[in-house]
Design a protein around this ligand. Structure first.
Ligand code: OAD
Length: 259
């Protein structure tokens, strides 16, 4: 068992967290919008959240896309343009450093984000639960393409079948990509410490990974400036912005052994 430890002082909690992480043979991480907040990406549920002004059901559901694809594409094209102006922050870089230290066979990074900032920071194995803003796919056939830079028309058409293209993201009421979900479940099941960073832990099935770790008695370390529904059940909650907390956590790990 890893009961919740109430430590008020961030420095003490960080030391404890570094001990848990350092002793974990395998690590898994779940990130949410908060990890990109310091890069200038708006979170979903905070003040000035991303959905503000656009009802979720109109821009992030299959029904919304059917009703008004141009509106949905305007929304995602704006997000794609904004993406070109943002850079990964020290939180993303710290997670890339953890992957380098643990190596991909003992480290898994699962993200709910579609911004690609983990990869931009150097993380090479990222399990994207909710897809990616930089990919497009056909709403009918198998056509799928990476297109990070291109400006897309308001109603892009599939070059293969002529139907409408759509962003390769998961909308509400849609299934997560099954293979990615299975890999995420495997990672959480096998890990010896689970870092949960910058997520409100409200959206399922992603939030179910945290419950899974708690049920398996895996130590859960949360990094979030605010309390969330999992703060009480987490082994430790590090209350601060991930761009500051994660580099400190990595700095507290024991130095690497030279070969
Ligand atoms: P939310 O917007 O729900 O939550 C963001 C979390 O980040 C909040 O708990 C904030 O307190 C925290 N946060 C803010 N600034 C932070 C910082 N600097 N460092 C660390 N944490 C910070 O975003 P998600 O939990 O990612 O799904 O939302 C989950 C899913 O809901 C999204 O992937 C998206 C959305 O609807 C789909 O689009 C399918």
């Amino acid at each position: 068992m890893h009961p919740h430890v109430e430590i008020e002082d961030l420095e003490t909690s960080l030391e404890r967290a570094a001990e848990i992480v350092a002793g974990a043979e395998r690590l898994a991480v779940l990130t949410g919008a908060g990890v990109s907040a310091e890069s200038g990406m708006r979170t979903f549920r905070g003040a000035g959240g991303l959905w503000e002004g656009e009802p979720v059901q109109e821009v992030a559901t299959p029904q919304g896309f059917q009703r008004d694809p141009a509106r949905v594409w305007r929304f995602y094209n704006n997000r794609r343009s904004h993406l070109k102006t943002v850079l990964p922050n020290p939180g993303h870089h710290a997670l890339a450093e953890l992957e380098r230290r643990w190596t991909s066979s003992r480290f898994a990074l699962v993200t709910q984000n579609i911004d690609g900032l983990h990869q931009a920071a150097g993380s090479s194995h990222v399990l994207e639960l909710h897809g990616s803003l930089t990919r497009i796919r056909c709403s009918r056939c198998d056509y799928l393409r990476e297109c990070p830079e291109e400006d897309l028309p308001e109603l892009p058409q599939c070059p293969s079948c002529g139907r409408l293209l759509r962003p390769d993201v998961v909308w509400f009421e849609e299934m997560l990509p099954g293979n990615i979900w299975e890999l995420a479940v495997e990672a959480v099941t096998a890990c010896r410490a689970f870092l949960v960073i910058g997520t409100s832990a409200l959206v399922y099935p992603a939030a179910g990974l945290i419950e899974m770790a708690i049920r398996l008695h895996v130590p859960v370390i949360e990094v979030n400036p605010d309390r969330t529904p999992i703060s009480n059940a987490a082994t430790l909650s590090l209350h601060g912005p991930s761009g500051e907390v994660l580099p400190k956590l990595v700095a507290l790990l024991p130095p690497e052994q030279s070969p």
